[in-house]
Design a protein. Sequence first.
Length: 369
Amino acid sequence: MKTPKGKIRFSRKDHRQFFSTLNKRVNNYFKENNLRKTGNWRLYAKSIVLLALFIAPYVLILSLGLNQWIKLGLCFLTGLGMAGIGMNVMHEGNHGAFSHIPWVNKLSGGVMYILAGSVFNWKVQHNILHHSFTNIQGHDEDIEAGTVLRFSNHTKWRRLHKYQHLYFIFLYGLMTLRWVITTDFIQLKRYLKLKLSYKKKTSEVREWIVLILSKFGYLSLWIVLPMLVLNLAWWKILIGFFVMHYTAGLILSVVFQLAHVTQDMATPLPSETGTMKNTWAVHQLFTTGNFSPKSHIINWFTGGLNHQIEHHIFPYISHIHYSKIARIVKETAREFDLPYHEFKTFASAFKSHYNHLKALGKKPIPVEI
């Protein structure tokens, strides 16, 4: 498959038939229990709760003469709701897992626009590049953080990386703000130039119009409207906007990074011919990990993204099924003597992420030939 840095091919040699065995067992689970692989009433009820958490505080800010500090607290709650619907509604919809009805998936995936993002960019960057080429330097943009952070030992080391374990957490909160200001424009320009798309036919003019109009609408809703309605200084409104985005960005970044950037996760490179050592499914086991698998709260709020192994191998299956199929995936991986990375708690995963960043921040020792 074509990526920003050329073509990548995964090995087709799976003599022991790991994925075919696993896929058969997972399919049997759904067949035996007469279940759809997509979401159900539990997901839809949760979506309503999270959408309310996102929208209600904003309505209260605009409609009630509340104390400024209370309004700031409501901005924090809006950020929580923003992260929640991002992980549960938008994410599932854009994977086609929210519902068995296509237009419902398109609608839920379109929630990306009220999160300041771009559906087109997300599907290319996340569904195609990240899910296909997980943790492969130069192909998975999730492990490329410019010059300020080093997520892989294949990334060029810079002096400031010595301190990344001290400042990384402050940068994580800027993720969704970067969507608003720069990221979407840079990505769309690059993807269109490289002809990367999930569509059969892509109109460059249409994609630019959609992006520009969505940004205009977003900024009008979240910045211009409050300035017109509220009797607050413009800079106070921008602070509230920042708090909302920083809260959401911090949550989303931490959840994403704990799944792929920890001490046990591999960052393999292709051969000179562009071929990876393992098959695609086996590659996911080496580059992805779970955390807090038994925490009902984390599983509920993150939309099952604490079960990243199951999500990466079966992205079209709704997260409401992950805790059940995780047993099948784990047992099958062990049966085939393959890794199944799992942190029992959020704290242990975060500690591993911190230590990994600290290790990557050390200046590499030149290898003598």
